[in-house]
Design a protein around this ligand. Structure first.
Ligand SMILES: Cc1cc2nc3c(=O)[nH]c(=O)nc-3n(C[C@H](O)[C@H](O)[C@H](O)COP(=O)(O)OP(=O)(O)OC[C@H]3O[C@@H](n4cnc5c(N)ncnc54)[C@H](O)[C@@H]3O)c2cc1C
Length: 459
């Protein structure tokens, strides 16, 4: 392919992959039923090592009108990084430097560094990076491009809250530097926030400045069992207004969490109950954390919670988080799609009932769990739905989305639109918003080379 040799001339031979076998991993992500990728012989993978190389690559692609698919760790759940047309997969994996600045509690992180790398490096330096979207092999560029959330967003917020600066390359090769090691910056429109969550459709993120925090003084993870799902879910708004703000409030049910634990060869810490809240609490000392736990448990006991299991050691807490984070992968084999709606937290019970009704219509069970503290629930559309007909997954998804929107919710709280949510995006975005977004896309990417088919396409 001629483009491969031109890329090799810019980036060096070793940075360009044309071999089909080596390329296969770059053609998919973690989407349950992957969008159909372009055949390997029509795609070239490029792995630049600097923002300047990214700029040269994009300039070439823009001049030639060649689609470019930015790629992070490939852990996305809606096909965002999958090349669906002839073009270049732009992997940031070689750009993985991390420089900590303890004085300012910030880190300058290249886009290809993984979440796991950053967490470890921060910890070594006695610092803490709070967000925890479930897969630590996700890259920082991907987390920023998706504005990822995860379990620990309740107290400190989603990725957007941590990003203080962004270096990104525009499709014409211009390098844009936004923000800095600043906690406040009101100069002009906030282009940095516009790029966060833009899913690789406006610019390629090459490096970011992230806010870090002092390490947790002490923490505990409580697993609070309930017999009834509504009691668990209805405890959440009460916890949120209790004055103690947990790092995480997750909802899981017994059947789901046991599959995940068995898949890892681990044991869930509670034998009682059918529904659980997993609540992570931090504080300056063990005494404070215990008092917070007691306070939260008393609220839950008012909603018929049973005796909680409280993990205080790091090992016990990590085990519970690991089981929670593994649910998607444990169920993936049976899953056609995983949804990530959010509704106002007090409406979660209504959404769950609506999803149950839809499941009954199709004669299946639809497992639900998620980041209850954020009103963000996952629904696994299981492959069995297809027994009701070839379009049943699609129909069930749209029905669930409509119920979500009726409750004042959004069809995607954290995974983004990617390529698989595009047919339903009008449910969350009316024509006025869509028209503005298409115009913005056109301003950043007039030739439409960046991630075509993902999220917003130009007019
Ligand atoms: C087990 C599991 C658990 C998960 N849990 C959560 C969770 O709790 N919360 C959550 O929010 N997500 C979760 N995810 C989804 C996923 O981890 C996130 O969406 C993450 O942000 C994707 O990052 P990535 O590096 O893997 O990106 P990729 O999948 O490679 O790409 C995702 C999107 O970002 C774009 N992109 C990637 N890098 C760049 C860049 N440098 N510049 C511009 N665009 C770029 C791509 O084009 C694509 O549109 C989970 C996934 C798995 C498999």
């Amino acid at each position: 392919m001629e483009i491969a040799s031109r890329l090799a001339a810019i980036l060096g031979e070793a940075a360009v992959i044309t071999d089909r076998e080596r390329m296969l991993d770059y053609l998919v992500d973690e989407t349950a039923s992957p969008v159909r990728p372009q055949p390997a012989d029509e795609v070239v993978v490029a792995r630049p090592a600097s923002a300047q190389e990214v700029a040269s690559l994009l300039r070439l692609a823009n001049d030639e009108g060649i689609p470019v698919f930015p790629r992070g760790g490939g852990t996305g759940l809606c096909g965002g990084a999958v090349p669906t047309e002839n073009g270049i997969v732009l992997s940031l994996e070689r750009m993985n430097g991390i420089a900590l600045d303890k004085d300012n509690l910030m880190a300058t992180v290249e886009a290809g560094a993984t979440l796991g790398d950053l967490m470890a490096k921060a910890e070594e330096a006695g610092l803490f990076f709070p967000p925890h979207p479930g897969d630590e092999s996700a890259q920082i560029g991907g987390l920023v491009a998706c504005n990822a959330g995860g379990s620990r967003a309740v107290k400190y917020g989603v990725m957007r809250s941590y990003v203080k600066g962004v270096e990104a390359v525009l499709p014409d090769g211009d390098i844009l530097r936004l923000g800095g090691k600043l906690l406040k910056d009101n100069a002009g429109y906030d282009l940095m926030q516009l790029l966060i969550g833009s899913e690789g459709t406006l610019a390629v993120v090459t490096s970011v400045i992230l806010r870090l925090f002092p390490p947790l003084g002490a923490s505990a993870t409580m697993v609070i069992p309930y017999e009834g799902r509504h009691d668990a879910i209805d405890s959440v708004p009460e916890i949120l207004r209790s004055g103690v703000m947990p790092l995480a409030i997750e909802y899981v049910d017994r059947s789901t969490v046991e599959v995940s634990a068995a898949n890892l060869g681990l044991e869930w810490p509670c034998r009682a109950g059918k529904a659980y809240l997993m609540v992570i609490v931090d504080g300056e000392s063990v005494v404070v954390v215990r008092s917070h736990c007691q306070h939260i448990y008393e609220i839950c006991a008012g909603r018929h919670a049973l005796e909680p299991a409280v993990g205080e050691t790091r090992k016990d807490q990590e085990r519970v988080l690991k089981i929670r984070s593994n649910i998607y992968l444990a169920l993936k084999g049976e899953t056609a799609d995983i949804l990530d709606m959010a509704v106002p937290p007090a409406s979660m019970g209504k959404l769950m009932d609506a999803v149950d009704d839809i499941a009954t219509q199709f004669g299946v069970t639809i497992p639900m769990y998620g980041h209850a503290g954020d009103g963000n629930l996952h629904a696994h559309l299981i492959k069995d739905l297809a027994r009701s007909g070839p379009s049943a997954v699609r129909e069930a998804k749209t029905l669930i989305y409509k119920e979500t929107v009726k409750l004042g919710g959004t069809i995607t709280a954290e995974h983004g639109l990617g390529k698989t949510r595009v047919p339903d995006m009008h449910l969350s975005l009316d024509e006025t918003k869509l028209a503005l977004m298409r115009r913005i896309k056109k301003v950043f990417d007039p030739r439409g080379i960046l991630n075509p088919g993902c999220a917003i396409s130009p007019e």
